[in-house]
Design a protein around this ligand. Structure first.
Ligand SMILES: *[C@@H]1O[C@H](CO)[C@@H](O)[C@H](O)[C@H]1NC(C)=O
Ligand SMILES: *[C@@H]1O[C@H](CO)[C@@H](O)[C@H](O)[C@H]1NC(C)=O
Ligand SMILES: *[C@@H]1O[C@H](CO)[C@@H](O)[C@H](O)[C@H]1NC(C)=O
Length: 371
């Protein structure tokens, strides 16, 4: 992987809702060091049988199916996430997550009380089927991107192929889907069009949201009762945009806002069409945008908001880059990843996801569990 712009796979994943929860099984020694784990938002940890109030328990979700990009991928994409220093906080070595540790999928799965996060499709077997499947692949979008991974339609095809064989309709009835589209379609569009991209960008955003809406509806029509779809983060505040100037890039944030407005209307449309028919199911917009703004505003939580913990001197290289001739590492890692919101040019640290998730948790609790 080279520049994140050339390699949108690095670009975002994201999404989700999640209420926090502590108590990851097999969480390892780093748990104790994760200072954010005492946040009051934490959801019930049913594995320890101490929950009570949450609606999650009255309407348990037993499986999670995940679609999207690097914000939720836990091991499908090839690339940086399988090399050092990714995974240094959790699980302690590179393991396919674009972070130093856990990503949104992990936080949501834990919040829901699943024994483990759903296994990545590429390493999935029937013995790991119990908690669902993660089809998300870093670098992908609703359309084909500069990265080779399966687009969202193909990810849903993969899911559909398991229905009837592995998962029954009753299984899906107690399932949730997590869907993230974090910007790789836009990276690809801008890269392909160059400076001329500006002219047609709004139309392209509309096209992306229409496709995303169709994808989300398809997942629901296949039988998944609760579908959580994330909006995009304030993309102009990602370190790739903001770290050199120290300011979020307004024009990019405007683009993200436009995407988010359109998506919100679309999800409302889906929900209103549905509610009369099937009151026990639904769509939830995960307002990742607001949750990132919350994290960006929490100066007390992070010393480092717009600069990545794992930094390179040029945007041409990403975290993990090693000079192939000299073998020299061309990146440096901050002393304590917990003090940075972002891990690399595009992706939060585990502590960053924890903060974002803590803010998303309320939405999830209200909406995911409203039935
Ligand atoms: C997704 O990828 C497949 C295989 O490349 C392609 O046939 C299909 O048109 C793509 N879907 C969309 C919505 O772009
Ligand atoms: C799905 O769940 C709802 C409520 O949770 C229940 O009324 C319905 O019978 C379930 N359907 C199936 C096929 O399990
Ligand atoms: C909701 O239903 C109306 C009327 O059938 C339809 O025109 C509209 O496209 C639907 N909206 C969505 C988001 O599916």
């Amino acid at each position: 992987m080279e520049s994140p712009w050339r390699t949108p796979s690095i670009l975002l994943m994201l999404s989700l809702c999640v209420l926090g929860s502590s108590g990851y099984e097999g969480g390892g020694a780093d748990e104790a060091k994760t200072s954010l784990h005492h946040l009051p938002h934490r959801g019930p940890d049913r594995s320890h049988e101490k929950s009570s109030s949450s609606l999650v328990t009255s309407s348990p979700i037993t499986k999670l199916f995940v679609f999207g990009d690097s914000y939720v991928d836990t091991g499908n994409a090839d690339g940086n996430s399988w090399g050092e220093p990714y995974g240094i906080t959790y699980p302690g070595k590179p393991a396919g997550r674009m972070s130093d540790g856990r990503v949104l999928t992990d936080f949501l799965a834990s919040y829901l009380g699943l024994k483990s996060p759903p296994a990545p499709y590429r390493r999935w077997t029937t013995s790991t089927a119990e908690t669902g499947v993660n089809f998300a692949t870093g670098g992908t979008g609703v359309f084909n991107t500069l990265n080779p991974g399966p687009n969202m339609s193909t990810q849903i095809d993969q899911f559909q192929n398991l229905l009837g064989q592995v998962y029954s309709f009753a299984d899906l009835n107690s399932s949730a889907a997590l869907v993230t589209i974090s910007g790789n379609d836009y990276t690809t569009y801008i890269k392909n069009k160059g400076i001329g991209a500006i002219v047609g960008l709004k139309d392209f955003i509309t096209t992306v949201v229409i496709q995303l809406t169709a994808d989300v509806k398809r997942i629901h029509d296949l039988g998944v009762s609760r579908v959580l779809v994330s909006n995009v983060a304030p993309l102009g505040c990602l370190p790739i945009m903001a770290s050199f100037t120290g300011h979020c890039l307004g024009i990019i944030n405007d683009m993200a806002d436009f995407h988010n407005q359109q998506l919100q209307q679309a999800v409302q449309g889906l929900s209103s069409n549905l509610s009369a028919l099937s009151p026990t199911t639904g769509f939830t917009l995960l307002d990742l945008h607001s949750s990132f703004l919350f994290a960006l505003d929490s100066k007390g939580l992070f010393e480092n908001l717009l600069k990545p913990c794992c930094a390179t001197t040029s945007l041409d290289h990403n975290c993990g880059y090693v000079d192939s001739k000299t073998g020299e590492k061309k990146y440096s890692i901050c002393m304590n990843p917990q003090t940075s919101l972002f891990w690399d040019w595009l992706h939060p640290t585990q502590a960053g996801w924890d903060a974002v998730f803590s803010n998303l948790a309320n939405t999830i609790n209200q909406q995911l569990c409203r039935n």
